[in-house]
Every structure is written in structure tokens, then in C-alpha cells.
Design a protein around this ligand. Structure first.
Ligand code: M6R
Length: 622
């Protein structure tokens, strides 16, 4: 996830671009850059690693001066966060320059093709391929719009781009597919941006581009077409948000925004990993292929997951699937315990260190310990270039985009999806998964973003909101709340309880439902609600029995059940329905109402949702 801004008009572009990027820094802050066409027709590019302030310092001494330009703030996916990989990226002669948000999945083959034709690449990014491809498509022609359209027809993956060209000094071209891009309409000036806050200071008249749109901007005109050049006229929207609300996309809290972003995060987690080509999707995990080639996985006989908090819950969910698919024993270790234990670890143990931030002190220490024992390490993180990546033999990025709220949401689902990809890859390698089984997994993963959208939509209906409101009413004043589940429902119960306690400060605990009789059931009474994960699966009947046992102790029962399960209603006081999904995949949907419930309870109790007391986003101290 990156931020893009573009300007064409009569004003000095650099301050407008820098200000826009500041409003988009929430989308990424590994590096930033601008490209401005000067009054003498030069293309001046300034880029700097790190937060926007580094770029501001750079341009303070040599400010590009012109009235047309593009800017970018980066959340690295391909290539380390450094000056060279910072956007915008130019073609061979820096005649054309491109800022890009997204992933060009077929960049490697395009790059080989372009290099064979004599193009010289300077960065490790997928984006640079676009600049060279536009150069190639443009050839001796003057039709920049056509060259961009032809380029985009050749790429697979996701993109929002902004393009300027020295030979076309009064224009900025933008296009999008699966990454956001809007046009801002001004008076004798026009704007491009990834998000509304970047341009809200200058205009409130916005056009949302659709997938496949290309927008050609001059100071006085905006022409939008599809990639075949057929004109399109999307409506102009008037935005009346204030800047603060706009940064949260109109949501009252980042937590709510990030819950809503989960379908996109799930989609991004698969980008470049499941290649959706005919006749069937295929799995592509280059980082793991490289590990195999290096021989680092030769001795592996078992897996250990290392993590904390939500990351460990995601690992506990994935453990069930990986054991089933790859027939390898999997341990899940809390990093703060592992680092002081005397774990049995060595080259036969594939250690998978999971950390959204990549900076959690306990996970780094536990990973170092495993590394010293010569265990192969794979980092699963959302943060490119973070400390955990430097300890690992290979990295799988969560690709969830920046997560601002202290309570994790989209990184949880992106982690589970990434680990499922890993499980399918291991199963295929070990030949413990048949071709049809692998295909079923890939299809189930591909279905998840849309099913998440459906799940979210359920809670926007009157009925969905009423159900959440009535459960919130029961939970908001209780002293304690129990969550139960079995199989993948158990770690999900832990995650639901963690969300409730960290956001609303209501005491909540998750239990394996079968453990209730061994102690926790003593906690139940009329004042202690029980939230049961009762979606379809192997242990559904068992969970229903546990619900009945709890109800017999007068507990208020909230059941999270599969859509269409009417039978559960006789056992529960409230039923929250989620769309049907294969058992291992159901937690990716069921977690949504658990997050929403915690959010509503926190609001009802007047808690600081995005920054709960005593907590930090990144726990970099022990
Ligand atoms: O950045 P990490 O994934 O390493 O963070 C781990 C935990 O600190 C984190 O998941 C924490 O539990 C969250 N506040 C949960 O919402």
C-alpha cells in the first residue's frame, strides 16, 4: 500500500505534492519522492529513504520548480526501502516517470523482455517495468495516453499509477486497477490522489476512478476512458468531510476503517502468490522456492511458529491446516516464553516468526535463539525491511497495508491467509496434498475477499446492527465474558476475547470449549455472558453441547453460527450469522463480527478505540 498524488495547474507543484503526501503517509512511509516538470521542460526527481521529512529536507536545498508533478510515499513490496527503490521511477532517459501503488505480478518476465531489448534498470522494483514499458510502447509516437493504455494491457496485478512525461509537459495521466485513485477537480488545476485527504485542501469535487479507467489531466480538462479508449463519464462527488475525518476515510476510528479494509487486505495477501491464469490458479511463493534452492529446507521435519498476541492466534489457526495439508508436526510458541526456555530446535525445525510490526522485542529475541541453533527462519511480517526480516532466511510479507489502530485487524487475516499459502506450498512439496485438494484450497482463498465483503455487508443491514446492538447491551456492563470454540474456533475465541479486553477493558477469556468442564464453567452465572464460536465443522455438535451446558448455568449465550443454521437459535439468546465457508476458512469471516462487537462495546464504554490505555502498537521493549 502506497500513496500517490499528482498535480497540474498554474501553482507551484512541489508544496502541493509534499502536502498531499503528508496526508497519505498513513499508507506507507518507507521512502518518498516527487517528480516535477520545470518551466524549462526538465523532469526533476527528488527521492529519499525514510519518512517524508527526509524528502522535505532534501528539497529544501534544491526545490524542483514547476507547475506539473507527481509524488509518492512508499510501503515497500518489491525491493528494499532505499533511495534507489523510492518512486517515481523513470525510463532509460528519465523522459517518462511513474509513481505506482500495487503489485505488477508479471514484472519479472516483462523486465527480462525489456532488458533483452536494451532497457537499463536501476531499481529492484516492479514499478520501474512500467516506465520502460511505456517508453517502449511510445516509441517515436506522441500518443502518451495510448502508450500507457497499451502498457497496462500487458501487465497483470494491481496498480494505481501517476505518469508524467517531459515530452508532454502539461499533462498528468492516472490509471487504476485494484488500487484506489481519485481525480480532484479544481479551477484551472486538477489533481490525482490515492485518497481524498491528499487534495481536500484544494478541492471538494472528486471523481472516483473505477478499475480499468485511465484519466488524462491538463490544467483545464479531465478526460477519462477505459483501456480501449472508450470515453467514460463517472459522476462527480462533493465531499463535505473535514480533513481529520477524511484521513480515516470518513470512519470515526482507524479500527473501524481497518475492519472495513479487510477484504482488500485479503485480496492483497494473495497478490503475486496465487496466479489466476487459465485453466487453473497456481501457487507462486518465490521466497520459498529460493529457500529450497539454497538447501536450507532439506533437513526440515517440523515447524515452530513464534509470535505474540494476535500474531500467535493467527498461527494457532494455521497450525490445524498445515498439519492436515503438509503432515508436519507444528508447535506454536509464545515468543516471550520461548526465548527463556531451552527449546529443542535445530536445522530440522523450520521457525516461522510472525510479527505485524517486525519489531516486537520478544519475537526478535526468540528468533535469534532459533537462528543461533541454525534453524531455517521464515519471517511473516507486514513491515518491509523491519528487524525480523534481517534475521530470516526468507520473508513472506502479509501485504495488509499499514495498520494504525493498536488493536490488530487486517494483519490477522493477512497472516492467516499467508500461512495457508505456506501450508498449501508445503503440502504440494511433500506430496501430501493432491492436485484437487490444492486447487480447492486456492479457490477457497480466492473466494475469501468477496465473502468478507458479504460478511461486512450483513452488519450494515438493520437486522445485523440490531443484533450487534443487543449483544453490546449485554456485554458492556458485565464484569467478565467468556469465549469458547473448538478446532480453529478455539484460537478464534482467544482472538475475540483479546479484542474485547484490549479495546473495552471488559475482562474476557477464551477457552477451548472442551476445557469448560475442567474448571472455567465454574465462572458462569447470569452476569457472565458466553460467546460461542459455533460455525459448521467437525466439532459443531460438540460446541452445541457445551453451549447447552452453559445455558443450564443461566449464562447469556451469544452464538456465532453459519448462515441458515436455524437450529442453533433454540440454544442461544443471540445468534450472529456469518456466510458459509470451508471449516479452516471460516475464522477469516467469523473474526469480523468479533471485531465489530469489541468495537461497539468499547464505544458504549467510552474507551479510546485506536489507542487503548497502557498499550502500544509496536512492543519494542521486553
Ligand atoms: O507487531 P506484532 O505482530 O509482533 O505484535 C504482536 C502483538 O503485540 C499484537 O498482536 C497485539 O497483541 C495487538 N494489540 C493485538 O490486537
Amino acid at each position: 500500500m502506497c500513496g500517490i498524488v499528482g498535480y497540474v495547474g498554474a501553482r507551484h507543484a512541489t508544496p502541493i505534492l509534499l502536502d498531499g503526501l503528508a496526508r497519505l503517509e498513513y499508507r506507507g512511509y518507507d521512502s518518498a519522492g516527487i517528480a516535477v516538470i520545470t518551466s524549462t521542460g526538465e523532469l526533476q526527481i527528488a527521492k529519499a529513504q525514510g519518512r517524508l521529512q527526509s524528502l522535505r529536507t532534501l528539497v529544501a536545498t534544491a526545490e524542483p520548480v514547476g507547475v506539473v508533478g507527481i509524488g509518492h510515499t512508499r510501503w515497500a513490496t518489491h525491493g528494499r526501502p532505499n533511495d534507489v527503490n523510492a518512486h517515481p521511477h523513470g525510463d532509460c532517459a528519465d523522459r517518462i516517470t511513474v509513481a505506482h501503488n500495487g503489485i505488477i505480478e508479471n514484472y519479472a518476465s516483462l523486465r527480462d523482455e525489456l532488458m533483452a531489448k536494451g532497457h537499463t534498470f536501476r531499481s529492484q522494483t516492479d514499478t520501474e517495468t512500467l516506465a520502460h514499458l511505456i517508453e517502449e510502447e511510445l516509441g517515436d509516437s506522441d500518443d502518451l495516453n495510448l502508450a500507457v493504455r497499451n502498457t497496462l494491457k500487458r501487465v497483470t496485478g494491481s496498480y494505481a499509477i501517476a505518469v508524467v512525461s517531459r515530452a508532454h509537459p502539461g499533462r498528468v495521466i492516472g490509471a487504476r486497477k485494484d488500487s484506489p485513485l481519485i481525480v480532484g477537480l479544481g479551477v484551472d488545476e486538477n489533481f490525482l490522489a490515492s485518497d481524498i485527504p491528499a487534495i481536500l485542501k484544494h478541492t471538494r469535487e472528486i471523481v472516483q476512478l473505477d478499475d480499468g479507467d485511465i484519466a488524462d489531466l491538463t490544467a483545464t480538462t479531465v478526460t477519462i476512458s477505459d483501456l480501449d479508449g472508450h470515453p467514460r463519464q463517472p459522476p462527480t462527488l462533493h465531499v463535505d468531510w473535514n480533513i481529520e475525518a477524511a484521513e480515516r476515510g470518513g470512519y470515526p476510528h482507524f479500527f473501524a476503517k481497518e475492519i472495513a479494509e479487510q477484504p482488500d487486505a485479503a485480496h492483497r495477501a494473495l497478490l503475486g502468490r496465487i496466479i489466476t491464469r487459465e485453466p487453473a490458479p497456481t501457487l507462486a511463493l518465490d521466497a520459498l522456492d529460493a529457500l529450497v534452492a539454497s538447501g536450507r529446507l532439506d533437513a526440515v521435519r517440523r515447524i515452530t511458529f513464534l509470535g505474540c498476541g494476535t500474531s500467535i492466534h493467527a498461527a494457532m489457526i494455521a497450525r490445524y491446516a498445515i498439519e492436515r495439508w503438509a503432515r508436519l508436526p507444528v508447535d506454536v510458541a509464545i515468543a516471550s516464553e520461548y526465548r527463556y526456555a531451552d527449546p529443542v530446535v535445530g536445522p530440522d525445525t523450520l521457525c516461522i516468526a510472525i510479527s505485524q510490526s517486525g519489531e516486537t522485542a520478544d519475537i526478535l529475541a526468540a528468533t535469534r535463539l532459533a537462528r543461533e541453533a541454525n534453524a531455517p527462519i521464515i519471517a511473516v511480517t507486514n513491515t518491509v525491511g523491519s528487524a525480523i526480516t534481517r534475521l530470516a532466511d526468507g520473508v513472506l510479507y502479509q501485504q495488509a497495508g499499514p495498520e494504525i489502530s493498536v488493536a490488530a485487524t487486517k494483519s490477522f487475516i493477512a497472516t492467516v491467509m499467508t500461512l495457508y499459502l505456506l501450508g498449501a506450498w508445503l503440502g504440494r512439496r511433500a506430496q501430501t496434498l493432491s492436485e484437487p485438494e490444492e486447487q480447492a484450497i486456492l479457490h477457497a482463498l480466492l473466494d475469501i475477499p468477496e465473502q468478507m465483503r458479504r460478511t461486512l455487508a450483513t452488519f450494515e443491514t438493520r437486522e445485523g446492527q440490531q443484533t450487534l446492538a443487543s449483544v453490546t447491551g449485554r456485554l458492556k456492563d458485565c464484569a467478565s465474558c467468556l469465549y469458547i470454540g473448538r478446532g480453529v474456533g478455539y484460537p478464534l475465541a482467544l482472538e475475540g476475547a483479546l479484542k474485547l479486553k484490549e479495546l473495552s477493558y471488559v475482562h474476557a477469556e477464551g477457552f477451548a470449549a472442551g476445557e469448560m468442564k475442567h474448571g472455567p464453567i465454574a465462572l458462569l452465572d447470569t452476569a457472565t455472558p458466553l460467546v460461542a464460536i459455533a460455525t459448521e465443522g467437525k466439532t459443531y455438535e460438540k460446541v452445541v453441547s457445551n453451549i447447552q451446558e452453559a445455558r443450564a448455568r443461566d449464562a447469556f449465550i451469544v452464538a456465532l453460527a453459519t448462515e441458515g443454521d436455524d437450529a442453533i437459535r433454540q440454544h442461544a439468546d443471540a445468534v450472529i450469522a456469518v456466510p458459509r465457508a470451508p471449516e479452516f476458512f471460516a475464522p477469516l469471516l467469523t473474526v469480523i463480527p468479533l471485531q465489530l462487537l469489541a468495537y461497539q462495546v468499547a464505544l458504549a464504554r467510552g474507551c479510546n478505540v485506536d489507542q487503548p490505555r497502557n498499550l502500544a502498537k509496536s512492543v519494542t521493549v521486553e
